[in-house]
Design a protein around this ligand. Structure first.
Ligand code: F0G
Length: 422
């Protein structure tokens, strides 16, 4: 990452042999070709691969790859919701929510996976694998199937997201439930891959992060390149945070934006190793045992720690933590807007509100919060919240399910007596 050692693009390697850090994809950008106009011209294009919200920015993602090697659904082109109601609730003037749950398999992972599977095809590998809390597995399984490559997924032993498992099984991946948590699986998949010659598509793979950069690039294009004051993102394995930092740094260096927004990374209190490190000056990571209702970010030993620290330094960023209560309340509010997201995504809104209350985000500022996944992930948490059955969580914004006999009278009674949901 920082030591300057370079490796050829067709070598399978994740960790630098000199410094032990993760690798970056380094581009020799063709600055003369890269322009806002080029990306604007491609908006609305029906041409493959440029109609993808990742490959529209090909010159910033993987300039040299031949178009016919690209594995694309296509992905991206997700909505940026302007939400005055949620802005008011969080205490800021302007809030946008970028909904990455609107990707083909229901999460931002598709943006990384198109990059990762494209590189897998370039390298000619036969098998790709990942450990996953859910979304990566569904995405890998779908993109591997699309590319005609075998996908292998390691699921953890507890709190498996059923919908995600269903996707991975249905898309035809080899699914293995390992008796271990995500962090152990992350190490295991790298061991197995090294020994058996399988290509790893977790976010240790730098080609994944190149795709994920486009969450930022697309957001800026949607904002007509007006840079917001803050970008707020949930942090788990910290791939997104790392990709966002790289994207912003590159866009700034290339002159596509004239200033940098500040990055706020929000973790769940029960899975907060980056937050703890931040409190101690970002001088190293102590892994934690992770527990949170936000299963997507139930990660205690994030592999991208060093890159996330770099992103924080580049953007004068901050780290915040939020409780499961704050996550579920923020999620209920996002859901009620008709936007909807899974629990981890709600860290963006909960974290914004917290940072405003601390005076770190100021009221007049513009915030973009990233919603990383679809409302249909972890639906049992949603139902339990609304029925008031979540242990240790109060359901301040619940919308309970009514039970009724099949009669006009019973239904009328419910409709007349129910409390209107505000
Ligand atoms: N939000 C969602 C919905 C996720 O699925 C993940 C990660 C994150 C946030 C955290 O992103 O790792 O880039 O900081 N999910 C991974 C998975 C770990 O296996 O699906 P990060």
């Amino acid at each position: 990452m920082d030591c300057g050692q370079q490796y050829p693009v067709d070598r399978i390697i994740y960790v630098c042999e000199t410094c032990g850090g993760l690798l970056d994809v380094c581009h020799d950008f063709d600055a003369a070709r890269i322009s806002r106009e080029l990306f604007d011209q491609r908006l609305g294009s029906l041409q493959t691969p440029y109609r993808s919200g990742v490959w529209r920015y090909k010159e910033l993602v993987y300039p040299a790859v031949p178009d016919d090697q690209i594995v694309s659904r296509p992905e991206g082109n997700t909505n940026l919701y302007h939400s005055p109601t949620l802005a008011k609730w969080a205490g800021v003037k302007t809030l946008y929510l970028k909904h990455e749950g609107e990707n083909p398999t229901g999460s931002f992972k598709d943006r990384g996976m198109t990059g990762g599977l494209t590189q897998a095809r370039v390298l000619g590998v036969q098998r790709v694998a990942c450990a996953s809390t859910g979304n990566t597995s569904a995405s890998l399984a779908a993109y591997a199937a699309f590319a005609g490559i075998e996908g292998i997924v390691f699921f953890q032993n507890r709190q498996i997201a059923l919908g995600k498992l269903a996707q991975a099984v249905a898309y035809g991946a080899t699914c293995i439930q390992v008796n271990a948590d995500f962090d152990r699986n992350m190490t295991l998949v790298r061991e197995v891959a090294d020994t058996l010659g399988i290509y790893v598509l977790n976010s240790v793979n730098p080609f994944r992060l190149e795709g994920q950069k486009t969450i930022i690039i697309e957001t800026l294009q949607q904002l007509r390149w007006q840079v917001p004051d803050w970008i707020v993102v949930p942090g788990g394995n910290l791939g997104n945070s790392s990709a966002f930092g790289k994207a912003l740094h590159e866009l700034h260096e290339l002159g596509l934006i004239d200033r940098l927004p500040r990055l706020a990374i929000v973790q769940a209190e029960g899975a907060n190793p980056l937050y703890r490190s931040y409190e101690h000056g970002l001088n190293g990571l102590e892994p934690v045992h992770a527990e949170t209702i936000a299963t997507a970010i139930k990660i205690g030993n994030p592999v991208n720690y060093a890159k996330a620290v770099r992103a924080l330094r580049w953007t004068d960023g901050v780290v915040e933590q939020v409780s499961d209560q704050e996550i579920m309340d923020a999620k209920a509010l996002i859901d009620r807007q008709g936007i909807g997201c899974e629990p981890a995504s709600a860290c963006s809104l909960a974290g914004t509100a917290k940072l405003v209350s601390k005076g770190i985000i100021r009221q007049g500022e513009t915030v973009v919060g990233i919603l990383t996944g679809h409302i249909l992930k972890d639906p049992e948490a949603t139902i339990q919240y609304h029925s008031g059955t979540l242990a240790d969580i109060e359901s301040a914004y619940s919308n309970a399910l009514h039970q009724a006999e099949p009669s006009l009278e019973a239904i009328s009674q419910i409709l007349e007596t129910r409390q209107a949901v505000s």
